[in-house]
Design a protein around this ligand. Structure first.
Ligand SMILES: *[C@@H]1O[C@H](CO)[C@@H](O)[C@H](O)[C@H]1NC(C)=O
Ligand SMILES: *[C@@H]1O[C@H](CO)[C@@H](O)[C@H](O)[C@H]1NC(C)=O
Ligand SMILES: *[C@@H]1O[C@H](CO)[C@@H](O)[C@H](O)[C@H]1NC(C)=O
Ligand SMILES: *[C@@H]1O[C@H](CO)[C@@H](O)[C@H](O)[C@H]1NC(C)=O
Length: 350
């Protein structure tokens, strides 16, 4: 019976709908008399209005039509809602069924997209023998790359990147994990003898990073890039890329790292850091491609494998949550239509 459905509708959406006993409507009695009747479902707003009463038949048709529509809407909507699970449910389901998520979760590796990577190039260059022992260097020489050589303008140091032309007086956390083959005195002494040594400028930059002095580190690394011959340029480019990445200049870091990879495509570190950068930029496909490159160059690098699982898991979770949000939007849309129909129905019975 439509009437039952109607009352239900009122009840669901308009919690307490006060049914006034005073409102009546007209009925035709068995004897053909027209009289007012109490307690009808078709309550007229104006019980004395006979014309309105005569439209009742049409109204009945309208009401049943709306009711049928509404029942269909309600069925659709219930189906939609029953298929929607909550966000924690989605997450839990993915975490316990998806192979990437399970592998990421079960790995003992620490996943850190800001994991420090640096290259002091000492596997290629053996400089130590050319330098006196630290104890034989008289006094403390201040390691100031800016004073050692002037660097007026160099296309090699990316002058179009604004972040590299600004002062770097941001707080830089010390990087004690950076260990160098030379002491700062040896580096300074070496630079006093060879003012164009990219290798020593690169070490000087790493030294200042380990001390948390970002401006000095930038001054030195720019000189390292400037003086490095093509075959070695990837090393200071990678180090500057990592600095930009750690300074959260992510887009600029990507430019530097791409350049480092162009110079040395066979070295896995550049691919690895670039993968982390793309992950932070939310470009998961590129990130995965870069992890794959790194793994292609170093099959045994399990940390990269873990990071890759993590990023895949993360991107799937993001996708599922996006889908969830979309179904909510659709369901809410249907709910609004349903409510509007319901309102029309209620208005019509007056
Ligand atoms: C029935 O519905 C039609 C179209 O929705 C409307 O024009 C008409 O006024 C309605 N009749 C009554 C009595 O409400
Ligand atoms: C660096 O310091 C200078 C002057 O001390 C200041 O004007 C500038 O805004 C600072 N830059 C940043 C990035 O904090
Ligand atoms: C200066 O250092 C660079 C890089 O370490 C090296 O290639 C070059 O031969 C050195 N120059 C002299 C004069 O020792
Ligand atoms: C990422 O890759 C997947 C599968 O290859 C594809 O469906 C998706 O559209 C890609 N996303 C972007 C942003 O390119």
């Amino acid at each position: 019976m439509p009437i039952i459905g109607l009352n239900k509708c009122i009840f669901i959406f308009f919690d307490i709908f006060y049914v006034s006993q005073a409102i009546t409507h007209w009925v035709v009695t068995e004897e053909g008399r027209i009289q007012a009747q109490l307690d009808s479902v078709f309550r007229l707003k104006r019980p004395y209005d006979l014309v309105a009463f005569l439209k009742q038949e049409e109204l009945v048709k309208n009401v049943s039509k709306y009711l049928d529509e509404m029942i269909q809407r309600k069925i659709d909507m219930d189906q939609k809602w029953s298929r929607i699970s909550s966000a924690p449910e989605v997450e839990h389901e993915l975490m316990s069924t998806d192979t990437d998520c399970i592998k990421a979760k079960n790995s003992a590796d620490d996943v850190d997209l800001y994991m420090n990577v640096f290259d002091h190039a000492s596997d290629k260059i053996i400089y130590k023998r050319q330098l006196p022992d630290d104890k034989n260097i008289k006094g403390n020489i201040h390691l100031d790359c800016k004073k050692i050589s002037r660097l007026d303008f160099s296309m090699a140091t990316f002058p179009h990147l604004q972040v590299l032309t600004q002062p770097w007086n941001l707080t830089w956390p010390k990087e004690p994990e950076i260990r160098l083959p030379l002491t700062s005195n040896q580096i300074a002494y070496g630079l006093s003898k060879n003012k164009t040594s990219w290798y020593l400028y690169n070490l000087a930059s790493l030294h200042w990073r380990s001390r948390g002095e970002s401006q000095k580190a930038i001054d030195c690394i720019k000189r390292a890039i400037h003086y490095a011959p093509r075959e070695y340029k990837d090393t200071p480019l990678l180090n500057l890329g990592v600095m930009l990445h750690r300074a959260q200049c992510t887009a600029e870091a990507a430019i530097l790292l791409h350049s480092a990879i162009d110079h040395a495509p066979h070295k896995p570190f550049g691919h690895f850091v670039l993968a982390n950068v793309y992950a932070l930029l939310g470009d998961y496909n590129r990130s995965i491609a870069c992890y794959d490159n790194a793994l292609g160059l170093d099959h045994n690098w399990n940390l990269v494998r873990t990071m890759r699982h993590n990023i895949l898991c993360h991107s799937k979770l993001k996708q599922r949550l996006q889908q969830l949000q979309n179904s909510f939007t659709i369901s809410i849309y249907i709910l609004v239509i349903y409510q509007n129909k319901c309102k029309t129905l209620i208005e019509q019975q007056h």
